[in-house]
Write a protein that binds this ligand. Structure first.
Ligand SMILES: C[S@@+](CC[C@H](N)C(=O)[O-])C[C@H]1O[C@@H](n2cnc3c(N)ncnc32)[C@H](O)[C@@H]1O
Length: 208
């Protein structure tokens, strides 16, 4: 599939290492540029995921990890929707500095490609928006999310349409469903970043 990109000065699909990715976002955070670009580009990922997630969440008092929280756009939308028990995790200290106060209870600077330092069944839900894409977080993190979420809890995410099949996300999701680890509640091609013609699969799954 043709590699679609957002036209940032470093093409996202050329990113190879976590360090390159972290540097890109630290740089993008300067002068609030990331947040301004997301407004200018009408980035709809956070709103689409939170809206889909809210339909399936048991109540508003559940504990949620925003994995790849960046500058907190998903946390802000969750908070506006009434969810209040939020933690965030990201590799870019620069972006995390842009997070408005009072959204997350805990912030963790971690690499989501490594085993997560959370016990089994720790959170009621994990959301991961914009972070499954070229050179970012690999499919294997879905297995870690499933371990860290309580049985009956939810995982919700976007996966860039260009990596969905080619980087093993689609086959891993299918296998996890067949193995009765998760059950699909929603999976559809969302608008995501329509102004840049970048689509993403939006998934909401229940952990079994
Ligand atoms: C497109 S941004 C999305 C941020 C936020 N979720 C949003 O929707 O605005 C991708 C995020 O993934 C983070 N990221 C990329 N690779 C990562 C990794 N290996 N571990 C943790 N975070 C990572 C970046 O720092 C960045 O904040």
């Amino acid at each position: 599939m043709a590699q679609k990109d957002v036209g940032h000065k470093v093409p996202i699909h050329t990113l190879k290492t976590t360090e390159e990715t972290m540097n890109l976002y630290d740089d993008w955070s300067l002068d609030d540029k990331y947040n301004q670009d997301m407004i200018d580009w009408a980035y709809s990922g956070p709103e689409e995921v939170v809206n889909a997630f809210a339909k399936h969440a048991e109540n508003k008092n559940i504990s949620i990890l925003d994995a790849g929280c960046g500058s907190g756009l998903v946390g802000k939308k969750l908070s506006q929707t009434g969810f209040s028990m939020l933690d965030g995790a990201d590799i870019s200290a620069g972006l995390m500095k842009l997070i408005p106060k009072g959204i997350y209870s805990n912030l963790f600077k971690i690499d989501l490609n490594k085993p997560l330092d959370f016990p089994d069944s720790h959170y009621d839900a994990i959301l991961c928006v914009g972070t499954f894409t070229y050179g970012h977080v690999r499919a294997k993190a879905l297995e870690e999310f499933t371990r860290v979420v309580k049985p009956g809890g939810l995982i919700g995410f976007t996966i860039n349409e260009g990596v969905f099949a080619e980087h093993g996300f689609e086959s891993l999701l299918e296998r996890m469903v067949l193995d009765r680890k998760i059950v699909e509640l929603e999976l559809f091609l969302s608008d995501y970043l329509a102004s840049k013609d970048v689509g993403a699969w939006l998934g909401i799954y229940r952990v079994l």
